[in-house]
Ligand binder design. Sequence first.
Ligand SMILES: [Zn+2]
Length: 146
Amino acid sequence: MRCRFFMWLVAHKRCLTANNLARRGWPHNTSCPLCIVASEDCTHLFMHCHFTKHVWERVRTWSRANFPIPDDTFGSTNKWWLMARKRAPKSMRRDFDTVVILVHWTIWKERNSRIFQQECSKADRVFELIIEDIHSWKAAGCIIVF
Ligand SMILES: [Zn+2]
């Protein structure tokens, strides 16, 4: 449930990224904690960041699926998600959605770890954590096909 609510925040660009913290007048660092290059907002963090793209490339290779990697051509997470899930066979779309949620959740946790614990993992380690969670979610029956 927590992950689903989180995805609702992502879809509505309401995560507490730097731009949304600034809008509320809360303390924040404007740069993306994953790449340190761009300003942080939901679209950058989950769609345009090089770190995120690297994680998605690893997930795509691992899954042997042929979905597009989030990039600048998609204006929002929703547009990318709808386009990407159409590439999955209908029997795999529920699992694909679950993996999308898991990847976003794990990217968010890495972002928070860098900000609040000053702990930094490489994109390959974030990918490994995603795979570990996929195995756990599969054992729990949340993922069937992958
Ligand atoms: Zn970034």
